[in-house]
Design a protein around this ligand. Structure first.
Ligand code: PLP
Length: 380
């Protein structure tokens, strides 16, 4: 099987597996004061430093959560306590978009969705206009899109938002561990990540909260006061240890992995464009993550294409909405018709993807698209 679904989840890195198993083999609640508890707390402390190092922030700025969904909920719910308008975009992951709609009741006074162009980029002028009203409290824009890989240039967003006194949250789930993140350089106030996207275990994530950010205290989980009150509940020590080890492994490999993966992605795109024809690479004019390609194969519904290449694990639009009958909200926001959106396949590559895997996947995908097109155009 050619596994090309890293944006859904990446294979666990060996370092993460080892750290998780070691932590799970030991006994200890990180809140206990005896030696076993202290050892568990030390594992958590190491992991916090490893995640902080990947982001170039202070370890005290990391709150461990159950994933990016929870981190996004926590960030937006806390920020909503400030009052004022929330500005985000229609191409966000549902963990931001649906949370934003829920906490603001979707009213235009409290929620604004910025327009997005055909390349998947948000309209910065519309953002500046919204900020000029002085009513915006928080801007939440994803660092990289999970379906297309399109990257948001956060520099100008942060500059404009801060000038207007608004906070910036970014859902960086797809970018962290794939491209460098430097929080000393990029001055976002809040950032969400999920460990399983960069080779850590599923069910572990983090919210970065910049020190001094004036956030009303609004935890989702109330109880024993863990994570400085931000998230109560016994810490998931094995998961957190695995997340830390994955963060360290990803950080060490970043400089060599990213260009290698981009090269493989480009080879896959070249092969498909050349041999399939009548297809479009979504977001190709924008800066994209190295390992993602979203391709609309005109006249070939994605569900049929995927079924015709069982030896390739790819996904229809985004894995999070696969199984749901509605077309990708991201592609619709970029101006695709429903039919085009439904004919789009996402291939996402990562640290363990190999050149032979890409060659095999290209052969299978070409055959699958040709087969589906031929079946649909054949006379009855
Ligand atoms: N945000 C983005 C951009 C994602 O791609 C995902 C996962 O697909 C999430 C948030 C949610 O992450 P998790 O399911 O690990 O909470």
């Amino acid at each position: 099987l050619a596994y090309l679904d890293y944006n859904a989840t990446a294979p666990t890195r060996p370092e993460a597996l080892k750290a998780t198993v070691e932590a799970m083999s030991a006994v200890g609640n990180a809140s206990s004061t005896h030696r076993s508890g202290r050892h568990a707390a030390e594992r958590v402390d190491l992991a916090r430093r490893q995640v902080a190092e990947l982001l170039n922030c202070a370890h005290g700025e990391i709150v461990f959560t159950s994933g990016a969904t929870e981190a996004n909920n926590l960030a937006l719910r806390a920020a909503s306590g400030i009052g004022g308008r929330l500005v985000t975009s229609p191409v966000e992951h549902p963990a931001v978009l649906e949370t934003a709609k829920t906490i603001t009741s979707g009213s235009p006074d409290s929620l604004m969705l910025l327009p997005v162009d055909a390349d998947g980029l948000v309209d910065l002028d519309a953002l500046r206009k919204a900020l000029a009203t002085g009513e915006v409290a928080v801007v939440s824009l994803m660092a990289a899109n999970n379906e297309t890989g399109v990257i948001t240039d956060l520099g100008p967003v942060v500059e404009a938002a801060h000038r207007a006194g608004a906070l910036v949250h970014t859902d960086a789930t797809q970018l962290v561990g794939r491209l460098p993140v430097d929080l000393a350089e990029t001055d976002v106030d809040l950032l969400s990540l999920s460990a399983h996207k960069f080779g850590g275990p599923q069910g572990v994530g983090a919210l970065f909260v910049r020190r001094g950010t004036p956030l009303p205290y609004r935890p989702l989980l109330i109880g024993g006061g863990q994570e400085r009150g931000w998230r109560a509940g016994t810490l998931n020590v094995p998961g957190i240890a695995g997340a830390g080890a994955a963060a360290e492994a990803a950080r060490r490999a970043l400089a060599t992995e990213a260009p290698r993966i981009a090269q493989l992605r480009d080879a896959l795109e070249d092969a498909l464009v050349e041999r399939v024809g009548d297809c479009r690479i979504n977001g190709v004019r924008s800066t994209r993550l190295p390992g993602v390609t979203s391709i609309t194969f005109n006249g070939a519904p994605a569900d049929a294409v995927l079924a015709a290449m069982p030896d390739v694990a790819a996904s229809e639009g985004s894995a999070c909405s696969s199984g749901a009958p509605s077309p990708s909200h991201v592609l619709l926001a970029m101006g695709h018709s429903r039919e085009e959106a439904d004919s789009t396949v996402r291939f996402s590559l990562g640290y363990a993807t190999t050149a032979p895997e890409i060659e095999r996947a290209a052969v299978s995908a070409v055959r699958a698209v040709r087969h589906v097109r031929a079946a649909l155009t054949a006379p009855l």
